[in-house]
Write a protein that binds this ligand. Structure first.
Ligand code: SF4
Length: 737
């Protein structure tokens, strides 16, 4: 292939547009069909020596597009490095009797997986087999994975890592609006805003081209960033461009209840809007009566005057947007916190009004599409409920099966992982697009669960920390080597296009699922062509909430701006809620929510609140970005950010070796002193594995509605390690094998 291909970045949900131009490779430089196995990892043995580094086979250029306007961040610019990375897997690996992983042919690996799955299923029942998907999978893969689980495996035990990412915002959106589309308006609408309230999102680091859309609000002095850290995004408010509000970690809900209180008390409510477009106001009003600003100040640390000024600014006229991110959502009360943000927006009359709105910023590349087509344990394609008889009948017709064949609801991600290897739990797990032992909460418990399994199968490009534990590793294609569709943070459906031929030893997951389905003697059809899978997805989604039936590859290839819902014969829906919300009566729900004092433990004497988050250079578990030299060089290890006053109290200097610990585990990192963090908190990035995995410390307690774990606020102690202990720390702990 030599023609440039217009595609999108492999990483986050901004899905920046890029053009991939193949670089002609001299014949001698073309890798052997069986590519390298990475350097040995504990518990494994490399079957072949590592390949020498090869130049990327494509060049990358940013492409003009409404979301990124030609810009890319350094993750996007360097993404081609991974296509010929020396540690890329190039053949299936099967764990041998010696405990090491050895190369195998595809037939050997797939025959083995199918035989083991059959045996486990017949001995323990279909629900003894679990599937764990990912928000980075294309729509076609996510759809086929859900179908594979229900029909080829017959299991209800499927869920995905979007449970860690978007589930609270999704639950809040469904509850209030009757639909879950992260941004119910095109991103460009933000350009005309005069006030933007960003709650718990650090877009300047996670999706830098996004900040171009904040310029209007900055110019109007109306960018407001709520974050316990003074992040790069918070600094965008400097010089009169807005306001940084720095509440105590875990108090976002109280802050929002206080804002709602002020809006009601000062008669800032859009009464006509509330009367005609919502239900539930009286109950909401009563629920916030006691959250007067001075009380909120005592809980959050945010001055009452600031709260009042902020409420007035938000209500000051047209052009106000409220956007939430994981910082306020990844909590045991994340659904209620996102709900409070929506309540605030509804009281101000923002959703559905041109030039204003509420939205949540999806994180993973296909975090939106990945939560629409059947990877969730309670869901069928088109965002249909798996318990709905009409939904089951519709999807069964498309699949050519009896509705009774489709299993009922399974269990959400954390519960699924807690069941691994337990009596009555999952005994075989297939993992697609997830690095569980870095990204899951309480990862030590997840590791133990994976070790209890009878069979762990991981599809990945690299020997990630999770793949290194697998019985079978199946190497798969990367984004530049495959066709498909993604749905970005706006609900815009876009095309991923193949620019280069994949290495001979890797396979597309559509092919893998089809081959396994055949070996499992499943009679349902499993197509391997992405366009034909999308055609089936269209039919399966037809009439559902996320209706893709009017979308096809041809219109995407012609550059149409395509936003779901897009029923057959329609023109799609760039802006939702203009006339009605998605509940049957067309009205939005104002839902009264309350602070649960017992929701999370508070730090005691000598303890700090651990805040976790992302860095500019890395993406999610770092399984990919830690393998890009430029990104790894910039951020080679996790550092614990501490306020100098806190460090002084604990006898810690910049660069000291630390142990950050609680009853779940301990992390060994170096100290980084900064006034960007509150004195009552410590920050750790979550991109690193092994002894630097921040999720060793996070709780697997979950939100009762969304099943989102508590990632953001956990109680820890920080201890300076004696020099001899610090020296024994793994060198380059952040560097992947
Ligand atoms: S902002 Fe996101 S989509 Fe854009 S280049 Fe960076 S990682 Fe890729």
């Amino acid at each position: 292939m030599t023609r440039p291909a217009d595609s999108h970045c492999p990483y986050c949900a901004l899905q920046c547009a890029m053009t991939l131009t193949p670089v002609p490779e001299p014949v001698a430089a073309v890798p052997e069909p069986v590519a390298a196995v990475p350097e040995p990892v504990e518990g494994t043995a490399a079957a072949t020596p590592a390949m020498p580094p090869a130049a990327p086979p494509v060049t990358i250029a940013g492409r003009d597009f409404p979301t990124n306007r030609g810009g890319l961040c350094k993750k996007g610019w360097t993404s081609a490095e991974l296509l010929r990375a020396p540690s890329r897997l190039g053949a299936p690996l099967v764990r041998g009797a010696d405990g090491a992983l050895h190369e195998a042919s595809w037939d050997e690996a797939l025959d083995l997986v199918a035989a083991r799955l059959r045996g486990i299923r017949s001995a323990h029942g279909a629900d003894a087999v679990g599937v764990f998907g990912g928000g980075g999978l294309t729509n076609e893969k996510a759809y086929l994975l859900g179908k594979f689980a229900r029909l080829a495996l017959g299991t209800s035990r499927i869920d995905y890592n979007g449970r860690y990412c978007m589930s609270s915002a999704a639950a809040a959106g469904n509850r209030a609006f009757g639909i879950d589309r992260g941004l119910p308006f095109p991103l460009e609408d933000l350009d005309g805003a005069s006030t933007i309230l960003l709650l718990g999102t650090n877009v300047a680091e996670t999706m830098p081209p996004f900040i171009g859309h904040l310029a209007g609000a900055q110019a109007a002095g109306g960018l407001v960033v709520v974050d316990p850290r003074r992040t790069a995004t918070a600094r965008l408010t400097d010089d009169g461009k807005g306001l940084h509000v720095q509440p105590a970690p875990g108090t976002d809900l109280a802050l929002l209840l206080g804002l709602i209180h002020v809006v009601i008390a000062e008669r800032l409510v859009d009464e006509a809007y509330v009367a005609t477009r919502t239900v539930g106001f009286d109950r909401l009003r009563r629920s916030v009566a006691s959250w007067w600003p001075e009380r909120v100040q005592s809980v959050t640390g945010v001055a009452a005057l600031t709260l009042r000024r902020l409420a007035r600014r938000l209500a000051s006229g047209a052009g106000t947007y409220i956007l939430t991110g994981r910082g306020v959502e990844q909590h045991v009360d994340g659904t209620d916190t996102a709900t409070a943000a929506i309540n605030l927006a509804l009281l101000l009359g923002l959703p559905g009004r041109l030039g204003s709105g509420y939205g949540t910023l999806t994180g993973q590349g296909n975090g939106q599409g990945g939560r629409e087509h059947g990877q969730k344990c309670d869901q069928l394609p088109g965002y249909r409920k798996i318990v709905d008889p009409d939904a089951r009948a519709h999807v069964a017709r498309v699949w050519g099966v009896d509705p009774d064949v489709i299993p009922g609801p399974g269990v959400p991600a954390v519960e699924l992982l807690q069941s691994l290897g337990r009596p009555g739990g999952v005994r075989a797990l297939m993992v697609h697009g997830s690095n569980l032992v870095v990204s899951s909460p309480n990862v030590e418990a997840v590791r133990a669960g994976l070790e209890r399994l009878d069979l762990l199968v991981v599809c990945d490009f690299f020997l990630s920390e999770t793949a290194a534990m697998a019985d079978v590793v199946l190497p798969i294609t990367q984004w530049a080597e495959e066709e498909g569709t993604m749905t970005n943070l706006e609900g815009r459906v876009i095309r991923r296009r193949r620019a280069i031929t994949p290495p001979a030893g890797v396979r597309d997951e559509l092919w893998i699922l089809a081959e396994l389905a055949r070996r499992l003697e499943c009679t349902a059809a499993f197509d391997t062509d992405p366009e034909r899978v999308f055609e089936e997805l269209r039919l399966a989604s037809e009439g559902g909430i996320a209706d893709y039936s009017g979308i096809d590859y041809a219109m995407l290839d012609h550059g149409a701006a395509v936003f779901w819902p897009y029923p057959r014969g329609s023109v799609g829906t760039p802006r939702l809620f203009a006339d009605r919300f998605a509940h049957p009566d067309g009205l939005a729900r104002l839902v009264a929510v309350a602070v649960r004092e017992s929701a999370r433990p508070r730090p005691g004497d000598g303890e700090l609140t651990l805040v976790t988050g992302r860095l500019l250079e890395h993406y999610q578990s770092g399984a990919q970005t830690r393998r890009v030299p430029e990104l790894l060089d910039a951020q080679p290890e996790a550092l614990a950010s501490l306020h100098p006053a806190t460090a002084d109290r604990l006898g810690i200097a910049d660069g000291d070796d630390l142990e950050v610990a609680n009853h779940r585990g301990a992390v060994r990192v170096r100290a980084r002193l900064t006034t960007d963090i509150r004195p009552d908190a410590v920050f750790l990035p979550f991109h690193y594995g092994d002894e630097q995995a921040a999720n060793l410390l996070t709780s697997d307690a979950v939100d009762p509605i969304s099943s989102m774990p508590e990632f953001k606020t956990n109680v820890v102690r920080v201890i300076r390690l004696a020099d001899d202990v610090g020296d024994a720390r793994l060198t380059e702990a952040g560097v992947p094998a």
